[in-house]
Design a protein around this ligand. Structure first.
Ligand SMILES: [Zn+2]
Ligand SMILES: [Zn+2]
Length: 309
């Protein structure tokens, strides 16, 4: 049976945590994340692996004055610097979207809302405002989005997505762990859970874990420190284990035919330890015969599983 792998990567930079007092996982100006985006695009193109990049719409702006229309919670844009990409590379980044669209690999630019709103905590109207604003910005790049990833996994109403042109959404599921030790094993060694995509209210739902699965929890995420408990294990062993986790999850999809969806944030993969493992996995994917495995973006997953729009 042929397997399917979908890889989605969130480009959000400062917007991912603009409502939280947390920044240590990011570089100061977004330069490191841009450097790894370039490396990733180059390697993915070489290996024939198309990727879905879900981007926060505000990053598509060259500049802004720090205020945005809409029924937002008070203070929602407090962290918005109201400057431009030269001054604040974590809040503006049309260059990143252009790099994705200019690459040869058939990558997809998807949306992760306009300002990283938590969809089930705001009104449907505000979700709609965010999707429309993002759609305008994607149109300025000469394209439109058909897939959606909700910030922090908070689901919106599929009907709101559907009437704004979204055909496929990535939602997280939890596979319960009976014990802490079992959870530890699930996160580090696997197996990665298997979930069949489903159509709900006209939107194809593709499922992923709540935690980033493309990158390793046992290695630093971007510039952040790793959870101290993992440091008891040698670094080389942690890298080997995650490489095996990814290959094993892919092998299971080939055996069962259940599509596999792996994801992370761009910052997660932006250090040499994570990159080494990811680079090896992309090379592994390049070597799997096309008739055994197809690598699909979220958009192409919808094309094969939904009636034409
Ligand atoms: Zn702004
Ligand atoms: Zn996010």
């Amino acid at each position: 049976m042929a397997g399917t792998v979908t890889i989605s990567i969130e480009i959000e930079l400062g917007w991912g945590v603009h409502d939280l007092p947390k920044r240590s996982h990011l570089s100061d100006d977004g330069r490191r994340e841009r450097q790894y985006l370039r490396k990733l695009l180059s390697k993915a193109d070489e290996c024939g692996v198309p990727i879905t990049f879900d981007i926060v719409g505000h990053l598509l702006l060259e500049s802004c004055d720090g205020s945005h229309a809409g029924a937002y919670p008070t203070g929602w844009f407090d962290a918005d610097p109201g400057t431009d990409g030269e001054a604040d590379g974590l809040f503006y980044g049309p260059d990143m979207a252009e790099a994705v669209l200019d690459a040869d690999g058939g990558h997809e630019l998807s949306t992760h809302t306009f300002s990283h709103v938590l969809c089930d905590r705001v009104s449907d109207d505000l979700v709609e405002t965010e999707l429309r604003r993002s759609a305008e910005l994607h149109a300025e790049l000469g394209e439109s989005f058909s897939s959606f990833v909700p910030p922090r996994h908070y689901r919106p109403d599929n009907e709101v997505l559907r009437r704004n042109g979204v055909r496929v959404a990535r939602y997280a599921k939890v596979k319960e762990s009976p014990t802490v030790a079992h959870r530890f094993k699930q996160l580090t060694l696997g197996p990665h859970p298997e979930w069949e995509p489903r159509v709900e209210d006209g939107v194809l739902e593709t499922y992923c874990t709540t935690y980033p699965s493309l990158t390793a929890r046992t290695l630093p995420a971007g510039g952040a420190d790793v959870f101290p408990g993992y440091r008891a294990f040698p670094l080389a062993a942690r890298k080997l284990a995650h490489g095996r986790y990814l290959r094993r999850a892919t092998g299971r999809s080939i055996e069962s035919g259940t599509p596999l969806h792996l994801w992370c944030h761009l910052y997660d993969l932006s250090n040499e330890h994570q990159w080494e493992v990811l680079e090896g996995y992309l090379e592994f994917l390049a070597d799997v015969p096309d008739d055994a495995l197809s690598v699909e973006t979220m958009e192409s997953l919808a094309e094969t599983r939904l009636e034409p729009a």
